[in-house]
Structure formats: C-alpha cells, structure tokens
Design a protein around this ligand. Structure first.
Ligand code: FDA
Length: 398
C-alpha cells in the first residue's frame, strides 16, 4: 500500500494553503499528498469574486462568523491575520485593490491566487481526479480509501469543503468521514444564498427584475438581531444581492425578514413635509427623490396610491406607504439551496476540535479545516480568510 506522511483531502482554498504552510513551517522533508476528485485545483477560488477573488477582508473579527460556538474561530484567526495573507499576495507580486468594507480583490484574475498557492506547495504532490471515499484508523496510522486504491498516512487533514454548488465538485464526504469517527455535526444548510418568495411578493419583484437599491435588510430582534446595509437586487425569482445573501445565513424557515428600502430617511415624515409644501405631484413622483421611478411606481401601486395626488393623502395613507418602504416585511418561503449557495452553514461541530490546531480531540492526527467545519463567514472575503487561518493552524500543529 502506498504510504505517505500527510494526506490532505481536497485541493480547495484550505487544502492548498495547508500543504504550502506545512512545507513552509519546516515540514519540507515530509511527504505531503493532496487529493481531489476534480480535474483542476481551487475551482471555487477561480470563480470567486466574479473571477477576481475577494481573497480576504481587512475587518476580519470573530463577530463576522456564524458558528454554534462563536468564540471557536478566534484562536486560528489571531494566528493568521488578513494582513499576513496580504503580505503573501504582495510578495507574489499580485496587484489588488480594496473594493468596499475592507474587501480585497485581485486587480487581475483569481487565477493568480491559485498559481500563488500552487507555487507555495510545490514540494507536495497534487493528485487530481482521485475521489476520496472514506478514512479509517489502523494502529497509529490512517487508511484513506480512494478511487485509485488505499493510501496510508500518519496525519489526515479533511479539507473537502461544504455542500454548496455540487456542480463545482462539492460532496458531503467530509461529513461522512466525521460520522464514521463518531463525531458530531451541526446540521449543514445553505448560506449566502438568494431567498425565494411567495406569489404575492413575486408579483412586486418580477417586473422590477434587474433593479438594485441600497437597502438595510434585517432579521430577528434584540441580541439576535442581524442587519446589513448593502445592495438589494430584484430578480425573476424574488430578491438577491449582497444584503439578502448576508441575511440568508441568519434566516430560518418560517421567519420574517424586514427590508428598509431607504435607510436613514423616515419616508412618511418626509412625504408629510412635502405635502405641506403644495403636494400637487403624486406620491410615486415624490418618492423618486429616494427611489428609482419603477420601484416608486410599483410601491405606490401596491399601497393603492398610484395616480393619486400627494396633497389629497391623509396621514394614515402616508404612514402606510412609509411603512412599506422603511419596514417592508417579507416572509421568504425558502432559499435557492445548494445549487447557488456560496457557502455551507453548519458542519463539523467545533466542540470536536482543538481551536488552536483544528485537530480532532478524540482522534489525534486527524484534522478538519475550512468550510467543512461549523464556522461560516459573512460575504466579503471572510470565508477565504477562515480557510487560510484554519489551514495555517493545522499546518503549524502538524
Ligand atoms: P473548497 O470547496 O474550496 O474545496 C474543497 C475541495 O474538496 C474541492 O476542490 C472539491 O473538489 C474537493 N472534494 C470534495 N469532495 C471530494 C471527494 N469526495 N474526493 C476528493 N475531493 C473532494 N469566499 C470568499 O471569501 N470570497 C469570495 O470572493 C468568495 N466567492 C465565492 C463565489 C462562489 C460562486 C462560491 C460558491 C463561493 C465563494 N466563496 C467566497 C466561498 C469560498 O469559495 C469557500 O468558503 C472556500 O472555497 C472554502 O474553502 P475549502 O477549501 O474549505 O473548500
């Protein structure tokens, strides 16, 4: 049987980075094998950030991550920071820019990040088109079952990602491996995903498909309140855009979300002021001060104020219109699911792992890193930063 020191399962962001870090951390003499069933490494990196890879976020803090244990990710994130990755990108001569909110993108192409990662791990062997089927323990070694036969290793790093976008090679193998060792999972579910809506909301959204506004979308109340001010996009299937993707990670079936289409402006009060100054125009026209005309028309229509004169409206009607704009309550019926989700929430329960090394507490030598673990970042480069940081923590320990 083929025998190596370290097998890394998955040649995605976390797996590639881990291999390079092991070699860089003095493991140069170790035989490191990276396995993936895909034809090419780093496929999600290649398509990320619209082809420019939003490779990290300068505002990385643990409160930007969802997990059953929100404190778990802090140790790995502190051990390898966004600025550490930026230094690496600079050394590789890759030009980058900050788009917004600390989000860093390549000026050129995501391919440059893949090339950098491959260059870093050139002392390791990358074996593609090899499917991982399972892992078992034999004495002080592991046996990795693959489509090309078994491989024996002293250390196994599971970096097989989550379930999002099966077309890109995502499988649930990481969860199966966890279960086979008796490890607990937090039920995986789709995150950073467009939400779908009932007919009544679709009737408003569909004719507006393609239109985008900056909105504040929120969910929950009190300590559990999450809120994002960002782009909201009307689509044929409902609503998308960064604000919706962000809130989708917090939303649970049956719950409501609220969209404020003109954050920071009390629309009912503003319309009352305008009414006091004459108000010969329609409410829809008055709204074009803050909203695109098509959206203003559509909202005036659903509140029964299309064609009316602002001057003829009582406070109750303007309050109704204002509420529809500042507190649009929506009950999503679902999400687009794994097909389009950018990430997988849930995964290996962090209680199973040492936070400084990502090593399984009950199985020394077995590590889980990246998206397969129950740590999921916001949109904006946080998920790659988690992949780098968790991979670095494991590499340092190995
Ligand atoms: P990843 O999914 O990258 O890698 C897992 C690897 O395991 C894959 O190569 C897969 O083929 C392999 N594998 C799975 N099952 C296997 C099996 N049975 N046998 C062998 N190999 C197997 N994040 C971010 O921070 N900034 C961004 O710009 C974006 N953009 C973005 C766009 C899109 C469209 C998506 C879908 C996702 C993003 N993300 C993102 C999220 C980011 O891509 C994701 O969080 C990381 O790729 C996770 O890295 P991992 O290495 O954990 O998994």
């Amino acid at each position: 049987m083929e025998a190596v020191d370290i097998v890394i399962l998955g040649a995605g962001a976390a797996g590639l980075f881990c291999a390079g870090s092991i070699l860089g951390e003095g493991g140069g003499a170790a035989r490191v094998l990276v396995l993936d069933h895909a034809r090419a490494p780093g496929e999600k990196i290649r398509i990320s950030g619209g082809g420019r890879c939003n490779f990290t976020n300068l505002a990385t803090e643990r409160d930007r991550f969802l997990s059953r244990n929100p404190r778990f990710c802090a140790s790995a994130l502190a051990g390898f920071r966004a600025t550490d990755f930026v230094a690496m990108v600079d050394r590789a001569g890759i030009a980058w820019h900050e788009k917004t909110l600390g989000q860093l993108f390549c000026d050129g192409s995501a391919r440059q990040i893949i090339d950098m990662l491959l260059h870093r791990m050139r002392g390791a062997e990358l074996r593609l088109e090899t499917a991982v089927q399972g892992v078992s323990r034999q004495g002080d070694r592991f046996i990795v079952a693959t489509s090309a036969g078994p491989i024996s290793a002293r250390h196994v790093v599971v970096a097989t990602g989550g379930k999002s976008i099966p077309k890109m090679g995502a499988t649930g193998i990481g969860y199966e491996i966890a279960r086979s060792f008796g490890l607990d999972l937090v039920e995986p579910r789709a995150g950073l995903v467009p939400l779908t809506f009932a007919q009544q909301d679709l009737d408003l959204c569909r004719p507006l498909a393609g239109l985008s506004v900056i909105a504040e979308v929120s969910h929950g109340a009190g300590k559990r309140r999450a809120s994002f001010r960002d782009g909201l996009l009307f689509t044929h299937r409902g609503l998308s855009g960064p604000a919706i993707l962000q809130i989708s990670s917090y939303w649970q079936p049956g719950e409501m979300i609220t969209a404020d289409l003109v954050p920071g402006v009390d629309i009912a009060a503003a319309l009352r002021d305008q009414r006091g100054q004459g108000g010969r125009i329609s409410p829809a026209v008055a709204l074009t001060r803050w909203l695109p005309a098509r959206l203003a028309d559509a909202i005036a229509a659903v509140t029964g104020l299309q064609g009316a004169r602002l001057a003829d409206q009582g406070n109750a009607a303007l309050d109704r219109l204002g509420a529809r704009i500042n507190r649009w309550a929506l009950r999503p019926v679902g999400s687009e699911g794994w097909r389009t989700a950018e990430v997988t929430l849930g995964g290996l329960d962090t209680a199973m792992l040492h936070s400084h090394s990502m090593e399984v507490r009950s199985v020394p030598g077995l590590y889980f890193i990246g998206e397969v673990v129950d740590v999921t970042g916001w949109l904006g480069g946080y998920n790659f930063q988690w992949a780098w940081a968790s991979a670095h923590a494991a590499a340092r320990a190995i």
